[in-house]
Design a protein around this ligand. Structure first.
Ligand SMILES: NC(=O)c1ccc[n+]([C@@H]2O[C@H](COP(=O)([O-])OP(=O)(O)OC[C@H]3O[C@@H](n4cnc5c(N)ncnc54)[C@H](OP(=O)(O)O)[C@@H]3O)[C@@H](O)[C@H]2O)c1
Length: 232
């Protein structure tokens, strides 16, 4: 039987690359995008879902059944804008509130049928709050913690929750940023890891480029009294 995969935020460059990779692996796709008219054609069912309109999103998703659900929607704006203007609301809504509402809905569905895999694209930013992305980082930290709680909650139902922390990825979200090459993955690399670890295996947390794991571990060891003086 072909695996059915639902991708939320399929307009995302990473999400779309995952769609291409899942197709290569013989999966059937449902792409949920808030601007479906902007999606390049792909062999998939396409639905319109705006993750900031949760009531409508849940109504649209009510009848959708799948084996894997991937949450790939995300929003990042300039740190100052996120902190001091209403743009921060969108960052919180897309990265956290929408994710919790939609994945919570699938958690209940998957628990009932005692099967399924939930995949969330978190971020290394979730590992420690930093001055360069105060709101985005905190929304991802909340999302990451939600995924961890959900993993424990769903374990006894045989449902797996996979947290993906990509590190830097060159996509339209990071366009214009000067990203260090050694720490930057391609969207295809991210997609291959997501597809591989969601289709099989028992991984809980995946750092796409393994170098990010020791980097973030080290950052987490720095005492707050020293960390607060750093510009990161
Ligand atoms: N790029 C990186 O360095 C990086 C690193 C770590 C984690 N991530 C995470 O990876 C995921 C994918 O990001 P990406 O790099 O592929 O960037 P991206 O291409 O900008 O993808 C983000 C997608 O979310 C969609 N979105 C925004 N508001 C939405 C809404 N209300 N409803 C539904 N979808 C909405 C955006 O659609 P529009 O384009 O139409 O606005 C966009 O397609 C995000 O969760 C991001 O936080 C990215």
């Amino acid at each position: 039987m072909k695996k059915q995969v639902l991708i939320i935020g399929a307009n995302s460059e990473i999400g779309y690359s995952c769609a291409e990779e899942y197709l290569k692996q013989g999966c059937e796709l449902i792409l949920a995008a808030h601007k479906p008219e902007e999606l390049a054609p792909l062999e998939a069912k396409v639905i319109q879902v705006d993750v900031t309109n949760q009531a409508e999103a849940l109504e649209t998703l009510a009848e959708i059944d799948c084996d894997i659900v991937l949450y790939a929607a995300g929003k990042m704006v300039e740190n100052d804008q996120a902190l001091f203007s209403e743009a921060g609301q969108l960052v919180r809504d897309v990265n956290y509130n929408g994710a919790v509402a939609i994945l919570g809905h699938f958690a209940e569905k998957f628990a009932k049928k005692e099967a399924g895999v939930i995949v969330g694209i978190s971020s290394v930013a979730a590992d420690r709050g930093k001055s360069s992305n105060v709101v985005y980082g905190s929304a991802k930290a909340g999302f990451d913690s939600f995924l961890a709680g959900l993993r424990q909650y769903l374990h006894s139902f045989g449902v797996r929750v996979l947290t993906v922390r990509p590190g830097y990825v060159s996509t339209k979200m990071t366009a214009g940023l000067d990203l260090p090459k050694k720490l930057t993955a391609t969207k295809e690399q991210v997609a291959r890891k997501i597809v591989k670890h969601s289709l099989s295996g028992s991984r809980n947390i995946v750092y796409v480029l393994p170098i990010w794991r020791p980097i973030m571990w080290t950052l987490k060891q720095i005492p707050e009294r020293i960390f607060k003086r750093k510009k990161l």
